[in-house]
Design a protein around this ligand. Sequence first.
Ligand SMILES: *Cc1c(COP(=O)(O)O)cnc(C)c1O
Length: 330
Amino acid sequence: MKPYSSARDEFKGEAEVFLDANENPYPSPYNRYPDPLQWEVKKKLGQLKGVDPEQIFLGNGSDEAIDLLIRAFCEPKVDAILQFEPTYGMYAVCAHVNNVEVKSRLLDPAFDIELPDASVISDSSIKLVFVCSPNNPSGNLISEEKISFLAENSGGLVVVDEAYIDFTQSKSWVTQLKRYPNLVVLQTFSKAWGLAGLRLGMAFASPEIVSILNKIKYPYNVNIQTQEIALQTLNRSGDKDSRVKEIIAEREKMAKALQSLTMTQTVYPSDANFLLVKVNAAHDVYQRLMKIGIIVRDRSNVKPCKDCLRITIGTPSENDRLLQALKNLS
Ligand SMILES: *Cc1c(COP(=O)(O)O)cnc(C)c1O
């Protein structure tokens, strides 16, 4: 297909008079269309992540990248995606919206991928394998050798969703893009960067894959304000690092405190900014917390997460409020 092309895509250089896009000429911060390919943000991001700007796709949240990957690489009613449950819900939602089948395997009791799985390799309908690492809602990293196995043996693309990568010491799969041409790595500004309300997500991949995503996205999918704030935020990445440190320290404190409650069966190890906690009568606990204005995520209906709550790490005072409330419940 031929993608949408604006006059400014075709023109490279410094222009002074813009009479091509039917904009309002009177200056305001937003009277001009944004850069469709967000080059300023990508240059800075590329330096930070050690990749070329051409290896970066930016979207309206990483959810946009998930949707575009499925639309680009899966034929409706013919192809499928593969996911490992329990995991992030948007892979299946985007697949279903696009009439693409969802094939699922259960993670093992430690929430790691069970391999070798011959059916993963022989099933040529699977065009995208989604691996969430650290995984939502379990919080753990998927082991390196399992992801390598998938990247080496899968017939399609392997998409590693690293929404929580900043909360772990482990290396990003971005470093492996040269080695695996079928690898796509998703990251987001919504978690560690603290910009969930802004809506900005990243996909890192080969320039070939990135150019396909760029071809099918809405031309101006990331607005001017988002691009500006993202750039400012990237220029102060030390702020993110110190917040992440605080959150990790709170996570360790909360894991111990939650483990010591009588209602707690298991606090699962976490490399993310949340804890999956198995408690007695989880759904009841969830509802009683809600009544006093504390919202956690009830995962007790999710098959391998029976009686589990997913608790986001908040500020120290929010975390203390939760702990106090849980003590009062038991
Ligand atoms: C929160 C989250 C995202 C972020 O999605 P955005 O659209 O970028 O806000 C992506 N993947 C996982 C697994 C998440 O938990």
